[in-house]
Design a protein around this ligand. Structure first.
Ligand SMILES: [Zn+2]
Length: 278
């Protein structure tokens, strides 16, 4: 009976069989889009309100990394605001008290991030599995700990200046800080050569920087420029991770002609030249 039950579970996910056995596979983003854009903003200061309003106006998606221990203090978002303010965007961790992760003893490290998850989850009813490193600080111990605590990704501040899909989501290197996004990177992203596909533009920053550096208009102009593009998937950090994890977990036959998606996330691809939604 046990074997019978296992077999049925496996068979419930449909197997797609390609018309030819060439074994060619090309992944797309959802709705067969070719580029992705995501934003990541840290610390949860009150200037997030204006930033969210801009993102919403242009149909852009973002992740907000919050310190649950500072929410509600002077200059920061209140916890009661979270569900409504960040509706349609991701809420993620940044450590309860914005401690240097690399300075903490193991049990404090666990507390800083697990308690942050618990606080944000209890205030929003969401499941929070994203993170960014306070001060951009991390090491192997911090990465291993976050993985053990159920985090799927954590963002660094090590900008790449490029549009590559990250190899390791727990050491997620963004494209650039927003100040570096306003110039030629936006143009490069929008006008890519044909051989490039499945690119990711990842912009990070703090909303208080727009206020402090008087760059709100630059950010608005950037959002205006990149919004509404037919071939761009506008996504939060966690939706991006969930999609790529589903794509990377597809089960292929050894000859590449059959493929099965065991996750509940629809994966968009081309199999031997034919578009399929797995
Ligand atoms: Zn921070």
């Amino acid at each position: 009976m046990m074997f019978f039950a296992r077999e049925r579970m496996t068979e419930e996910a449909p197997v797609y069989t390609a018309k030819s056995r060439e074994g060619r596979f090309r992944l797309y983003y959802p709705d067969f889009k070719n580029k992705a854009l995501t934003f990541s903003y840290d610390d949860g200061q009150i200037f997030d309100r204006r930033l969210v309003e801009i993102f919403n106006r242009y149909g852009l998606k973002a992740t907000f990394h919050l310190n649950s221990g500072t929410l509600g203090t002077d200059g920061f978002i209140k916890k009661e605001e979270l569900p409504q303010l960040y509706a349609g965007h991701e809420i993620a961790c940044h450590g309860v008290y914005h401690e240097f992760p690399t300075h903490l003893a193991k049990e404090k490290l666990v507390w800083e991030f697990l308690q942050d998850r618990k606080n944000l989850e209890s205030w929003t009813g969401r499941i929070v599995r994203g993170c960014s490193y306070a001060f951009g600080e991390y090491n192997d111990q911090v990465v291993d700990m976050l993985r053990d605590l159920g985090f799927l990704y954590s963002r660094t501040v090590d900008s790449t200046g490029g549009f590559c899909v990250p190899a390791d989501f727990l050491r997620w290197t963004p494209t650039c800080h927003h100040n570096d996004a306003f110039g030629k990177l936006a143009e490069e992203f929008l006008h890519q050569p044909d051989y490039r596909y499945l690119t990711l533009f990842y912009v990070w920053g703090h909303s208080f920087e727009f206020e402090r550096e008087n760059t709100w208009e630059d950010m608005e102009a950037f959002c205006e420029k990149v919004h509404g593009q037919e071939d761009v998937w506008y996504t939060t950090n966690i939706d991006y991770v969930n999609y790529m994890n589903a794509a990377r977990s597809l089960a292929f036959s050894a000859d590449g002609s059959r493929v099965q998606n065991l996750s509940s996330v629809a994966v968009y691809a081309e199999l031997n030249g034919e578009r399929v939604i797995l």
